[in-house]
Design a protein around this ligand. Sequence first.
Ligand code: BES
Ligand code: MN
Ligand code: ZN
Length: 496
Amino acid sequence: MKVAFAQSAPMNVESAARSQAIALAFSKNSNDEFIIEGPSQLVSTIAKHFDLALLDELSFFSPSGKAGELFEIPVSATDSETERIFFVGLGDKSLGSIRLAAAAVGRKVRGKNIKVFSACTDGVDELHAYAVSLSLGSYVWNLKSDKDVKFPEFLIATNDQETLDDAVVIAKAICTARDFVHTPSNIKNPSWLAKQAVDLGKEFGFEVKVLAGKELAQFGGLRAVGNSSPKPGPRFVELSYTPRSAKKNAGALEHVVLVGKGITFDTGGVSLKRPYDTMIAMKSDMAGAAAILATVCAISQLQPKIRVTALMMLAENALSGTSQRPSDVITHFGGTTVEVINTDAEGRLVLADGLAYADKNLDPDYVVDIATLTGAATLGLGRQYAAMYTRDNALAKELVAIGEASGDKVWHMPLIDDYQDSLESDIADFNHTADKAKYSAGSVTAALFLEKFVGDRRWVHLDIAGTARSEVDAGENPKGGTGFGVRLLTDWIMSL
Ligand code: BES
Ligand code: MN
Ligand code: ZN
């Protein structure tokens, strides 16, 4: 990862003048006049220092006022290293607009060795959003052999160190998830990812248990998919977070279990993906597992009084002599049998084991799974909203609100019981691809399948097939992994 994280700076013009660039924000008021936002005292001293009529300079560009619009002007003053001022549009000043504005500033200087001083935000939530998105916009990932990597440096004028520290924890966690998604599949096989989890557990102080080989005897879904790539084969990784202050009576705490789809590459298996270029994006098929791993990293630093267990279901869905066949019947954790119809519907098979394990062994108060599960989710909602399924309407409402505030937006989708008969099988408890009836609704029927494995638990399923990956370099996202889910899950857990 090549990305910078925000640091706090004193709210005075001397500290601004030590940066090569100063970012100021503007918006339009109800009379359609432009105004310069941010800490007003600081903004006016900056204007004085550089001898600028800021609004006149801005109006030269005839801004439209939309969020993320960015203009720059050259400046100079004695006793100053500042070479330019960025004006960035704050749109309607909502958190979403602030995120776009910050991402535009981050993007403007990514890969450049420039120090940027921002005087753009007042308010706690605004500062948090701005600081996170500054980093997201500047994020770069590649394996170029050129070692001469340049970074920007971000300074934000604020006295609120605590908010900034929390924002940096979140930004780092999102970038960790992105790094794993970007890593190519010849590197990130299941054992490599398990090793990353072990290393992060040591760094942040959470427990990590890895199961492999014979230890996976009961995990029929994970084995059926993952044995297609026998070296190194599938892994089950259990991450456990307990707050430092409550190690002794952890049993009394509420317990959240997260389950993540971690398919390190999805060829489709014997039901090979076609057309073949749809496969290239499938190195991202472990984005759910990456999101829960990164969430546990963030949670371990933020220390909420709650227990969190995360189950990474790691396997490659390869095409080989040991691939499962369409028509195989497998036995999941807990004994449910499933007829495999299309080996490209592998995600639900590995998740089913994780969900059943959570229900039977972990006594969770909440189970949340997150998975790049169906192309149908993208067809239905596009790439801005993840499909969220749950019978708990109150919980759904909370997650929708946290999604809007954090930037990881979710849409509450229906678990349509009329479609249950599509999961019937003549020879097993269920068939997994819901093709006994022609209902379409592939994301809905996948959710109905998963629900068979959660017992009576409070359960939420997040289908992030559309949101986990961006096909364009725009807004907060680079082309590739977005880190979707880290903000949503972390903010939700912190709210419990
Ligand atoms: N990993 C894919 C889903 C996916 C597709 C994610 C495109 C991101 C972008 C999943 O394993 C899959 O192949 N799903 C099938 C299910 C079908 C065979 C029932 C799908 O959605 O086509
Ligand atoms: Mn698949
Ligand atoms: Zn998949």
